[in-house]
Design a binder for this molecule. Structure first.
Ligand code: ADP
Length: 387
């Protein structure tokens, strides 16, 4: 697996019972997965020669992030390396412009969008929205002049970095400073964010997890509820079918997360795609028969996929962000004693404010109780709750 973050750490963990020999390409020995994996190659995933020597002896290469240059993946394929997901699929998770163009061609509902060249172009895009143009999505909130709009760099963003909510022309200059193409989108007036997660194997077998609700705070995922509460069955099935169709049309192998906006009038619009295990699927470690990590591994190894169904009525995942908790042992004493059913997953990362350093999963029949237990544990581990 290329990339030494927590997704690689947890994928490695899922491979242990299967005896999967797991090699990791990490940037440093301190990275989350590098602390846990024995076969670690240190190097830069942007260098083709590093990738080539890493891949030698591997049956298949997969990823914990989407930052390996697409052309390097094509070069590896030309060398005979098995790359899953392949570059023709992965490019849709790497480049938001490519993703939007492809989803348009497939007729998948998306927010109204366009690649913009400069500030004047952003203003023109906003004005098109204000004049009532009902694009593919057409759910702008009708503000004067069409602002606000959302601007995104097409490559390199994560956790809300590379995404700007622009309220007027003056605010539109910043995204162009990076010198990469910029995508403008209507600001969708969504009721909530959902994720439809599916896994597909080279054989073409695919499984769909229950559609989840994903609650973001300051652009970072905070809580995930599985399944999404009060989601009409018809809408959930529509979202699952959409994700399965995207996986098939794009020839995805492995885990595909389709991030969605649910609008007031009951539509689901695609926000973005991730082709790797995803934060919205962490609940599945303790809440599903087969976790996203185990199924991602099965898929890239072309093994039959495992059952994605939930094990509990409700499972809630809450991220633990870096705070300044001085003593993790004391935090464990409290959290484990308070809730013996709590599942804690820490990533071994240095605690930095706002950084994802772990998550907890809780499950049960009473959603309010399950949510409270997850929020309490995550807050306590972060240090924002003292008792
Ligand atoms: P990242 O690559 O950082 O995950 P996203 O495209 O998922 O970027 O955007 C991050 C967050 O910004 C989303 O989860 C959502 O809350 C908000 N956002 C993104 N696009 C839009 C949009 N068109 N309308 C409203 N909110 C948006």
């Amino acid at each position: 697996m290329v990339g030494g973050g927590q997704l690689a750490r947890m994928t490695h963990e899922a491979g242990i019972p299967l005896g999967v020999r797991f090699r990791l390409l990490a940037a440093s020995p301190q990275e989350s997965a590098a602390q846990a994996v024995s076969d670690v190659v240190l190097g830069d995933h942007r260098e083709l020669e590093t990738l080539r020597s890493f891949a030698r002896g591997c049956d298949v290469i997969t990823f914990d992030h989407e930052h390996v240059p697409t052309e390097h993946l094509r070069a590896l394929q030309a060398d005979g390396v098995v790359v899953r997901p392949g570059p023709d699929a992965l490019v849709h998770a790497q480049d938001k412009g490519v993703m939007r163009a492809r989803l348009d061609a497939l007729g998948v509902p998306c927010p109204r969008h366009r690649i913009v060249r400069d500030v004047a172009d952003v203003t023109a895009f906003a004005a098109e929205g204000a004049s009532g143009a009902e694009g593919a999505g057409g759910s702008g909130d009708g503000s004067p002049g069409g602002f606000p709009v959302v601007l995104k760099t097409v490559r390199g963003g994560y956790d809300g970095k590379g995404v700007w909510l622009v309220r007027d022309e003056a605010g539109a200059a910043e995204p162009f400073r990076a010198g990469v193409p910029v995508l403008a989108e209507e600001k969708v007036d969504f009721v909530r964010e959902l994720a439809a997660n599916v896994v597909r194997s080279p054989h073409g077998q695919a499984v769909a997890y229950p559609v989840v609700e994903s609650i973001q705070v300051d652009g970072v995922c905070d809580t995930v509820i599985a399944p999404a509460p009060d989601l009409p069955a018809e809408r959930a099935v529509r979202a699952q079918e959409l994700a399965l169709r995207i996986a098939e049309e794009l020839d995805v192998v492995g885990h595909l997360a389709v991030e969605l906006f649910e609008t007031r009038d009951g539509r689901v619009l695609v926000n973005e795609l991730a082709m790797r295990p995803h934060n919205s699927g962490h609940w599945s470690q303790d809440g599903a028969v087969t976790s996203q990590f185990a199924n991602h591994l099965r898929a890239v190894l072309d093994l039959p996929l495992g059952d994605p169904r939930p094990r509990a009525r409700w499972t809630v995942m809450a991220n633990v962000l870096g705070g300044d908790y001085p003593d993790m042992y004391a935090a464990y004493l409290h959290c484990m004693a308070r809730d013996p059913q709590l599942k804690i997953h820490m990533y071994g990362k240095d605690v930095k404010p706002g950084r994802k350093v772990g998550h907890v999963n809780t499950y049960g029949d009473d959603l309010a109780d399950v949510r409270e237990r997850a929020a309490h544990a995550a807050g306590y581990l972060r240090g924002t709750i003292q008792e």
